[in-house]
Design a protein around this ligand. Structure first.
Ligand code: NAD
Length: 442
């Protein structure tokens, strides 16, 4: 099939690449010339495991192209995915300007039947707005009679495992009220569900809602554990033991129960806010989600509070080694990364920070440009040299079993603030390391 993907970011690029891997001819459009130039020169603008291989293979096979040419992109695909950003507006609502601009361009330029698919995370009712934008653009050209369908197909991929999630989805949610469009979507996705049908067809509003409900539930689990972690510290319990104790109950399950420095990334913070806003617009105070957000705001400060408790408010002359910048492992995404809160808090108190991350340093250097006292180093050990303490913010695998003797020998004093609970407190005590983690009583 011929497919166009509008917006070649984390979602658009992965979706386009995976669809081309199944034999479709895919054109990825972006207005960001830098991104398209990188792709056309054989590079990949983001870090996502396995993505480079399938992009290269399908570009070489002539099934995957990248362009900034809107007219060519609209002409190309019968199916037009919209995968542009939906950042939070000032009031927390999802800003739909990019989605609606994309819809308008399609309406302005289409010359035959199109299935327009909202893949961006968008509030309930957005498909109606997309339909209206396309209709208005068609009417303005005197082509108000032209047929098209609007479908909701929310994306559930996880950054860091996006290719795997896209190739082997748990479920494919399709919100549509147009049989022809459902048939086309089914045939597009059939190669991704050879062993059993994973497609759930529902009405458009329920599909739009499903994405927010999923992210809200996951964020809730994280905030729940973060709140209990704080209590565990006070009552002398170990939240890691508690996590295992509850996770083995199949009604609860083990996923997304890790206490830490608060959820970040490009999705949970904005999606929780947007759902709270949708509640407000509909006369409802979503008290659970408000608490989820409040707990997360508090949790983002937890590492900073521990550092300040150890060294005092004035950190001038102090130096910290920081391991992990990306909001989670296996990505270079720095959007709403907890490391940013920690770095800004330490820098504003006069500390110097030597940071190391296996892949996110270029992106971190871009978003944290001008932060006083911050530098990036080429290895974990370089970050440690002469630092007052080690601060761990992202749970990259390579941080899980470091050389503790060399950590002890390199730091000014053996002190670790661990925002990811990577180590065994008993082992740390045995090694003589002062270990301050999340929710683990001394
Ligand atoms: N990143 C994730 O893990 C993830 C997962 C599921 C859903 N989502 C949702 O998918 C959407 C996209 O997220 P993302 O992380 O890929 O964003 P992104 O910022 O990485 O990519 C969006 C891209 O769209 C481009 N763009 C904007 N307007 C355009 C237009 N009119 N025409 C062409 N290109 C345009 C931007 O230049 C940018 O490259 C969001 O709604 C997000 O909530 C993201």
């Amino acid at each position: 099939m011929k497919v166009t993907v509008v917006g070649t970011g984390y979602v658009g690029l992965v979706t386009g690449a995976c669809l081309s891997e199944m034999g479709n001819h895919v054109m990825c459009l972006d207005l960001d010339e830098r991104k398209i130039r990188i792709l056309n020169e054989g590079g990949i603008p983001i870090h996502e495991p396995g993505l480079d291989v399938i992009v290269k293979r399908n570009v070489a096979a002539g099934r995957l192209q990248f362009t900034t040419d809107v007219a060519a992109a609209v002409a190309h695909g019968t199916i037009q995915f919209i995968g542009v950003g939906t950042p939070p507006d000032e009031d927390g609502s999802a800003d739909l300007q990019y989605v609606l601009a994309a819809a308008t361009s399609i309406g302005r330029l289409m010359t035959d039947y199109k299935v327009i698919v909202d893949k961006s995370t968008v509030p309930v009712g957005t498909a109606d707005k997309v339909r209206a934008a396309v209709k208005a653009a068609l009417a303005a050209r005197g082509r108000g009679d032209m047929d098209f369908a609007v479908v909701s197909n929310p994306e559930f991929l996880k950054e860091g495992a996006a290719v795997e999630d896209c190739m082997r989805p748990d479920r494919i949610v399709i919100g549509a009220d147009d049989e022809r469009a459902v048939l086309l979507m089914r045939s597009l996705y059939t190669p991704f569900m050879r062993n059993h049908d994973r497609m759930q067809v529902m009405d458009v509003k329920s599909a739009e809602f499903t994405k927010y409900a999923a992210n809200a539930m996951l964020a809730t689990r994280i905030s729940f554990m973060n709140e209990l972690a704080l209590l565990a510290e006070r009552v002398g319990a170990d939240i890691e033991a508690v996590r295992k104790g509850i996770g083995t109950d199949p009604r609860i399950g083990t996923h997304f129960l890790y206490p830490g420095t608060g959820y970040g990334g490009s999705c949970f913070p904005k999606d929780v806010k947007a759902l709270i806003h949708t509640g407000r617009e509909n006369g409802m105070h979503l008290s659970i989600l408000q608490a989820v957000e409040d707990v997360n705001e508090r949790q983002k400060q937890v590492l900073v509070n521990k550092i300040v408790a150890a060294f005092g408010e004035n950190l001038a002359g102090r130096s910290f080694a920081l391991w992990g910048l990306a909001f989670k492992p296996n990505t270079d995404d720095m959007r709403e990364a907890p490391s940013r809160v920690v770095i800004e808090a330490l820098a504003s108190r006069g500390a110097t920070i030597r940071a190391y991350d296996p892949v996110a340093m270029p992106e971190a250097a871009r978003v944290l440009e001008g932060t006083p006292g911050l530098s990036f180093v080429g290895s974990q050990s370089e970050a440690l040299a002469g630092a007052d303490a080690l601060v761990i913010v992202t749970e990259w695998k390579e941080f899980r079993n470091p050389d503790f003797d060399s950590i002890k020998a390199t730091l000014k004093q053996p002190l670790i603030f661990d925002g990811r609970n990577l180590y065994d407190p008993k082992l740390m005590a045995m090694l003589g390391i002062d270990y301050r983690a999340i929710g683990r009583a001394a």
